[in-house]
Write a protein that binds this ligand. Structure first.
Ligand code: COA
Ligand code: AMP
Length: 620
């Protein structure tokens, strides 16, 4: 079946106020538009339709929070009632179709309610991950210019309460744009100080409003903006449209994950990431499944049996998480003794994504769980899997180290620098043939030029993923590394360029480099190399501690920036380009050679010595 026919048929499976007569408009490529004359509503497809189809009494959303000792469930009817009411509260605050609403919340059901409420009234939500600090939040406030910000008083990390409200207040102080109001969910464990005239209490606004219905939304109207890391400190606002998202996500729930209405589907991620948007909230609800929101960690809340407990308790069919979670579990329970305590008879498949899945972790999960363990590859930009073993179509042999083949709708190629295809098995830039399928990003918010320049210029006719890898003779894709300055820390995508921009702000730092080095649990962690200004007398330890704090305060704890050292010089090419690849190899203990383009080879020995002093490469 050709792509147009595939998506024409998939579109018949969703609710439209006005059915699209056109499948794809590619007249303004790469700004392609799927189902341009369709009119629909994402919240209607997620909730109202499900109730209409008889799922009103089925659990729509299960909330399990070991960190706050809370468990709660919403049927489709109950979730619809909450969402319609919160949508009413937004309308009362003057929010109309096309307005932005920023959501800065931990993993609480109210985050999903706020997202769906925006969709209900055609407002565009932008969820910001709670692990980002005020500065990052301020950047997003300025770019998205929200009318309303929805937040919670706090998040709960195993070791501490994270007071969100002071972070939000400071972000609003920093931002040039000011929201009309903030709606704050006061959590029992920490009450936030409210600002008179600006802040409103979630419970109060809910008690004073009336539920509202869905507004009709043109298929290409944005459903949401989700900021993600690029090479610079300015995050990219990935824009996803409404119609394409509904069609692609609903289709993927069956084709990729092989789940059906009534199945319990659990994506153990966070609403602040793309996985949270696609597979904690929208995908499972579009498909009539039961979505699961887990506020906790794979280990330590309370132990490494946490995931198995949840799978047993709610009869989870499919779990989706990042390999890092399994590395953390494996480290604490290498024999899988916790597993033996739980009944996992309903569990059918584990999906992993967010970072490269090392064959060792894959093998361990396969051996312990005895269900298919599926590595699949995708990005914030694509919104849903590019390569996967599609369990709802045909299960292919699992090959460790590969997310299998392209999912229908995508065509993946590995290209050389000259733009021609490399031979099977040779590394190249991984690219996707355009047009990209529905549900992928349609532009970058406020940055259509960057959308074209960052993704569609280098390889005409293709979307550049930013990943490098190879495709074998069987069409299996192997994603090996990024081609840019993005690193993956515990499945979280971070920009080393953004960290360097922050380090430059330290008064003693003259030059710096941040690279991603291998970490046994998190996959990668950032490591900073600082060259100090001449004449600096401050002790190195003081400067290092200060820069670690600076990144935590400016980017957030999620950056996990804890490794840093001072060097005299950085290795560069004669044209002044930093030799990041060589630096990374030295730190990881991989074989490295002196690049022909290097300006002064002796710098490499100096850097190797400095890294050795802080334990890199580790001896194991
Ligand atoms: N709000 C505030 N702070 C947060 C946060 C949030 N929502 N999420 C994380 N943080 C903080 C953590 O407390 C930690 O701070 P610390 O330096 O004071 O300890 C820091 O950000 C890093 O967090 P995290 O990446 O979660 O590391 P961790 O050491 O706490 O836990 C894992 C490591 C592997 C257990 C954890 O990353 C994990 O469960 N990952 C798998 C699931 C996942 O998140 N996948 C994402 C993509 S699918
Ligand atoms: P994000 O946009 O945060 O989802 O991060 C996307 C990036 O994570 C991709 O470009 C890859 O670098 C990496 N990634 C995601 N899934 C995989 C996978 N299965 N294998 C290898 N890398 C992956």
């Amino acid at each position: 079946m050709d792509n147009l026919e595939l998506w024409r048929q998939a579109a018949q499976d969703v609710f439209w106020y006005e059915r699209p007569s056109i499948v794809l408009d590619s007249s303004r490529a790469p700004f392609n538009r799927w189902f341009p004359d369709g009119v629909t509503n994402a919240c209607y497809n997620a909730l109202d339709l499900q109730v209409k189809l008889g799922r009103g009494e089925q659990a729509a959303l299960i909330y399990d929070s070991p960190v706050s000792a809370t468990k709660r469930q919403y049927t489709y009817t109950q979730l619809l009632a909450e969402v319609a009411r919160f949508a009413g509260a937004l309308v009362d605050r003057g929010v109309v179709k096309g307005d932005r609403v920023l959501i800065y919340m931990p993993m609480v059901p109210e985050a999903a309610i706020a997202m769906l409420a925006c969709a209900r009234i055609g407002a565009i939500h932008s969820v910001v991950f709670g692990g980002f600090a005020s500065n990052e939040l301020a950047q997003r406030i300025n770019d998205a210019t929200p009318v309303v910000i929805v937040a919670a008083s706090c998040g709960v990390e195993p070791s501490r309460l994270v007071a969100y409200k002071p972070l939000l207040d400071y972000a609003i102080d920093l931002a040039a744009h000011k929201p009309e109001c903030c709606i704050i969910l006061q959590r029992a464990m920490l009450s936030a100080q409210m600002i008179e005239g600006r802040d409103l209490d979630w419970l109060q606004v809910m008690s004073e409003t009336e539920p509202v219905g869905c507004v009709s939304v043109e298929a290409n109207n944005p459903l949401y903006i989700l900021y993600t890391s690029g090479t610079t400190g300015q995050p990219k606002g990935v824009v996803r449209d409404t119609g394409g998202s509904i069609v692609a996500l609903k289709w993927s729930m069956k084709a990729v994950y092989n789940v059906s209405p009534g199945d319990v589907y659990w994506a153990a991620s966070d609403v602040g990431w793309v996985v949270g948007h696609s597979y904690i909230v929208y995908g499972p609800l579009f498909a009539g499944c039961t979505a699961l929101m887990y506020e906790g960690k794979p280990v330590g809340t309370p132990d490494s049996g946490a995931y198995w407990r949840v799978i047993e308790e709610y009869k989870v069919s499919v779990l989706f998480t990042a390999p890092t979670a399994f590395r953390a579990i494996k480290k604490e329970d290498p024999q899988g003794q916790q597993l033996a305590k739980y009944d996992l008879s309903n569990f059918r498949a584990l999906f992993l994504a967010g970072e490269r899945c090392d064959p060792h972790t894959l093998g361990w999960a396969q051996a312990k769980l005895e269900v298919p363990v599926i590595d699949h590859w995708w990005q914030t930009e694509t919104g849903w899997p590019v390569c996967s073993n599609c369990l709802g179509i045909e299960q292919l042999p699992i090959v460790a180290g590969s997310p299998a083949r392209a999912v229908p709708g995508y065509e993946v190629r590995a290209l050389g620098e000259d733009g021609s295809a490399v031979a099977a098995g040779d590394i190249g830039a991984l690219v996707l043939k355009t047009p990209l399928p529905p549900g992928t990003f349609i532009t970058l918010w406020n940055a259509p030029e960057r959308f074209v320049e960052d993704y569609f210029i280098t390889f005409p006719g293709y979307y550049e993923t930013g990943d490098a890898g190879y495709i074998d003779d069987n069409g299996y894709v192997f994603v090996m590394s990024r081609t840019d300055d993005v690193i993956n820390v515990a499945g979280h995508r971070l920009s080393t360029g953004a960290m360097e921009e922050v380090l430059f702000d330290d008064e003693d730092v003259g030059e710096c480099a941040v690279i991603g080095v291998a970490d046994p649990i998190k996959g990668q962690v950032p490591l900073g190399l600082l060259v100090l200004n001449s004449g600096v007398t401050t002790p190195y330890d003081t400067i290092i501690a200060r820069t670690v704090k600076l990144i935590r305060n400016r980017i957030g704890p999620v950056a996990a920036f804890k490794l840093c050292t001072v060097v005299d010089r950085l290795p560069k090419t004669r044209s002044g380009k930093l030799l990041r690849g060589t630096l990374r190899k030295i730190a990881d203990g991989d074989r490295w050679s002196v690049p022909a383009t290097i300006d002064d080879p002796t710098v490499l020995d100096e850097v190797a010595l400095a890294l050795k002093r802080i334990g890199y490469p580790p001896n194991h």
